[in-house]
Design a protein around this ligand. Structure first.
Ligand code: MTE
Ligand code: MO
Length: 529
């Protein structure tokens, strides 16, 4: 029977009038939810955009998702997987909020069940932010604001709905019927302004300006110029260097970590003689070296697109490790990103000057784009990204394999993951129709660390033929190829296979990406005529 401690008889009376319409009750829940999320989002914009409870819960969901489901999502939605997750979360939350609102109006004995449920949802947001290693305690203010907004706005809206309903039932005139309309509209507008304001603020502040201030990064030792015949882009291969905006992107970060260069530092510790810490200025002032490297993701399916090439500029990781002094017994370089993602690299790969592992601060002459790790990341030739390419890297611990287990290692991927030799047909595309007669088949091959010796191509059941290779830039980069065939009209199949400079030809055996990279030959079907 009790209402929320309100004393005005006008408030108490209508509460006895019983239920509001289900649609109005649902709207109370939905509006309270939207207001809560928007308020938290706005506060987070001032503290740290990653403290937004909505994003934090989404990130928490990604980390808790079982590996098989994650693989399926990446396979099914590709680079849209995050948008799909956010949209899915929105649908679930809206339905829950509507149900909370309706449930509350049905169990009209007190407003508490709804408020308790809303508080519980709010606590999930608080927990998700608290779980992030990159956020300090102050960041909890954002989800706490959401929680508070939810528990305050929800009962207010419910009460307004009941008053409107009661006014209508009594045949009361004019404005008293519109209490709910006004309250609802007020909350909706407030939420819209807060949400939009938060989005604008977090979008322009901080890291973007910091990146612009870094300006162009010029290496003391530039990479060799890329020869004109390093790609056959005119014949349908990718361009040799991948423009930053087209470079593949793979990470677990729902909101790109926004780190200011001025606030970034890198700590090197663990099994070392001297613990070291570097600021961005420390790194930038060193002798910078540029290397042309082809990166590949272990999740790249045969024929897939998670492979790209750039000129990376930075300092030798081996130099930094030498300054720290790696102790005997060290096995693993365990790196941690500001968002808590971790990677484990064999120490011999990270510390070997001949391999050329980089702590990179620039990509194709520009500071790293935010989504590729600004202000600093690791890039190690020859290893799949999950064991080598930590973006937004902030901590390097020299340790053993037993002491620390990295993010994907805990999720069934292999401890060691050198990149496997692969090749791909880019032209024609699968299921293309081409004119009959002479056609050009073109593509790309890679065998980082070993180099490509030849690529063979087979049309239908004809014998293998060797393709023409592009100029070799270095053994750590991909190589383009092309070949001409004469095709009669009808359906056809073309397959490619690469052989590395150690004489190993890609195996025909198809294995999936888990645990250490896919194998098999890429085949596409097309039609001539
Ligand atoms: N912080 C962080 N770094 C990361 C990842 C990640 O999820 N988080 N993913 C890794 C993986 S699996 C790959 S393949 C490369 C991809 O780098 P790119 O997005 O710049 O292409 O980044 C690596 N570095
Ligand atoms: Mo990856």
């Amino acid at each position: 029977m009790a209402d929320t401690g309100s004393t005005a008889p006008a408030d108490r009376e209508p509460a006895r009038e019983g239920r509001v319409r289900a649609s109005a009750a649902a709207l109370c829940g939905v509006l309270a939810l939207v207001a809560a999320l928007a308020a938290g989002h706005l506060v987070a914009a001032f503290l740290n955009p990653n403290a937004s409870p909505y994003l934090a819960v989404g990130n928490g969901a990604i980390d808790l998702t079982p590996a098989w489901l994650k693989d399926w999502a990446v396979r099914t939605f590709g680079e849209n997987d995050k948008a799909v997750l956010l949209a899915g979360m929105a649908v679930v939350l809206l339905v829950v909020a509507a149900v909370v609102g309706i449930g509350d109006s049905v169990s009209r004995r007190s407003p508490w069940p709804g408020v308790v449920l809303i508080a519980a949802i709010g606590l999930v947001g608080v927990a998700a932010v608290a779980a992030r290693p990159d956020l300090t305690g102050a960041a909890l203010v954002a989800p706490a604001t959401s929680l508070l907004t939810g528990v305050v706005v929800f009962p207010l809206l419910c009460r307004a709905a009941r008053r409107s309903r009661a006014a209508k039932a009594e045949g009361a005139p004019g404005s008293s019927r519109r209490v709910f309309l006004r309250a609802g509209a007020g909350v909706a507008v407030g939420a819209g302004v807060a949400g939009l304001g938060g989005q604008l603020l977090s979008g322009t502040r901080d890291a973007t300006a910091s990146r612009a201030a870094v300006g162009a990064v010029r290496p003391a030792i530039p990479a060799a110029p890329i020869p004109a015949d390093a790609d056959f882009a005119k014949l349908g291969t990718p361009s040799f260097l991948t423009p930053n905006k087209d470079f593949y992107r793979v990470d677990t970060a729902l909101a790109v970590p926004r780190v200011r260069a001025e606030e970034w530092s890198l700590r090197i510790h663990g099994l070392v003689d001297r613990e070291r810490r570097y600021s961005f200025a420390d790194i930038r002032e060193r002798r910078l070296v540029e290397r042309t490297i082809t990166m590949t993701c272990v999740s790249n399916e045969v024929g897939g697109s998670y492979v790209s090439t750039a000129n990376f500029t930075g300092v030798d990781l081996a130099d930094l490790l030498r300054e720290a002094g790696v102790k005997d017994g060290a096995q693993q370089l365990f790196s941690t990103s500001v968002d808590g993602w971790t990677s484990g690299t064999p120490i011999e790969a990270a510390a070997d000057p001949a391999r050329g592992a980089l702590l990179a601060i620039a990509m194709n002459g520009e500071p790293l784009p935010l989504e590729h790790g600004f202000p600093a990341r690791m890039v190690i030739p020859g290893l799949y990204g999950y064991v080598s390419a930590t973006k937004w890297v902030t901590d390097l611990e020299v340790t053993t394999w037993r002491a620390r287990q990295s993010y994907w290692l805990k999720r069934n991927w292999a401890e060691r993951a050198p990149i496997k030799t692969q090749s791909r047909v880019d032209t024609p595309r699968g299921f293309d129709t081409v004119p009959e007669g002479a056609i050009r088949v073109a593509g790309v091959a890679w065998a980082q660390g070993r180099g490509i010796a030849k690529v063979e191509v087979r049309l239908d059941d004809q014998p293998w033929r060797e393709a023409i290779l592009s100029a070799e830039v270095n053994v750590d980069t991909w190589r383009m190829w092309w070949i001409e065939f004469s095709v009669p009209s009808g359906g056809h199949r073309v397959t490619c296979r690469a052989t590395d400079r150690e004489g190993q030809t890609q195996t025909e055996d198809r294995v999936g990406t888990v645990p250490d990279g896919a194998t098999g030959w890429h085949t596409i079907n097309f039609t001539a005529g």
